[in-house]
Design a protein around this ligand. Structure first.
Ligand SMILES: Nc1ncnc2c1ncn2[C@@H]1O[C@H](COP(=O)(O)OP(=O)(O)OP(=O)(O)O)[C@@H](O)[C@H]1O
Length: 264
């Protein structure tokens, strides 16, 4: 499963704009772990996601999946093992393509070019069945252009596409933050269902403290490029938001500064 050892990342080193993003991060995910990630502004959460998915390379340290170092592999190659849903509903799908074309693209992810990209009858029936799981009627709109879907519908489609090929690791990068509360709740419910049914190992960044406590079996808190707290399932069960914020203050010596934090 995913393991990071001594991973560090510094932006603009040696300049007046130097930014510490990650400092000696050690993180080991066990199979089936669903970890929520919270932290202050600029704590390094997105950098962590970018390094795991291959958007960025670390300055030092190792990223391994099932014991194999992957930090030299491109984002495209890693997409075979790493699924990701971004905050922006526009980011995970191609707006000018139809729903079924987007799904076909996700289906062929990581495979050699030219293999399996078209929409065959067999695939169409599979896509129909998969979309039905979402319960929002997208299975009846297979040939609709994705650009015409609402943000929530697009995010549901992105979630399905990211998990289609049962990734070794699923990265959720504030994927409900840009949605209205009802849509956010829908995507959260779908996320829980898909992660549970497929037993996906998941890392989810959220600014919603209640969600961070309620979802998953483990919670990590980041500050200034470090993991400052790693809460296990047992302790997480009766954790409150006040206790979590208190822990942050105790360890970091300051208040959790996050302009997007949602307390419940
Ligand atoms: N491409 C970049 N170039 C320069 N500095 C960067 C870059 N990406 C991130 N940083 C800096 O690295 C640090 C960590 O940023 P990162 O985006 O990972 O934090 P975050 O925890 O996701 O923050 P937020 O919750 O505010 O989105 C910050 O100081 C940020 O300004």
């Amino acid at each position: 499963m995913l393991e990071l050892s001594k991973v560090s990342k510094l932006f603009n080193p040696g300049t007046s704009d130097e930014k510490i993003a990650l400092v000696n991060i050690d993180l080991k995910l066990n199979p089936g772990d669903f970890i929520t990630v919270i932290g202050s502004n600029g704590a390094g959460k997105s950098t962590l996601m970018n390094i795991i998915s291959g958007v960025m390379t670390p300055d030092a340290g190792e990223v391994k999946i099932d014991g194999q170092p992957i930090q030299h592999l491109s984002e495209h190659t890693r997409s075979r093992w790493v699924g990701r849903v971004f905050q922006d509903p526009m980011a995970g799908t191609a707006p000018r393509m139809t729903i079924e074309e987007n799904l076909a693209m996700a289906f062929s992810r990581g495979k050699r070019r030219g293999l399996g990209f078209g929409v065959t009858v067999g695939k169409r029936s599979f896509f129909h069945q998969q979309l039905q799981r979402l319960g929002i009627g997208l299975e009846n709109r297979l040939r609709a252009k994705v650009g015409f879907l609402s943000g929530g519908e697009r995010q549901a489609l992105s979630l399905l596409m990211a998990t289609f090929t049962k990734p070794q690791i699923l990265l959720l990068d504030e994927h409900t933050a840009a949605l209205d509360p009802a849509r956010a709740e829908l995507i959260t419910r779908l996320t829980e269902e898909i992660v549970r049914e497929m037993k996906l190992t998941t890392l989810m960044v959220t600014h919603n403290m209640e969600q961070a406590i309620r979802l998953g079996n483990r919670l990590i808190m980041m500050d200034k490029g470090r993991i400052i707290l790693d809460v296990n399932e047992e302790r997480k069960q009766d954790l409150t938001i006040a206790e979590l914020l208190g822990e942050f203050e105790k360890i970091s010596g300051g208040k959790l500064a996050d302009d997007r934090v949602v307390l419940g």
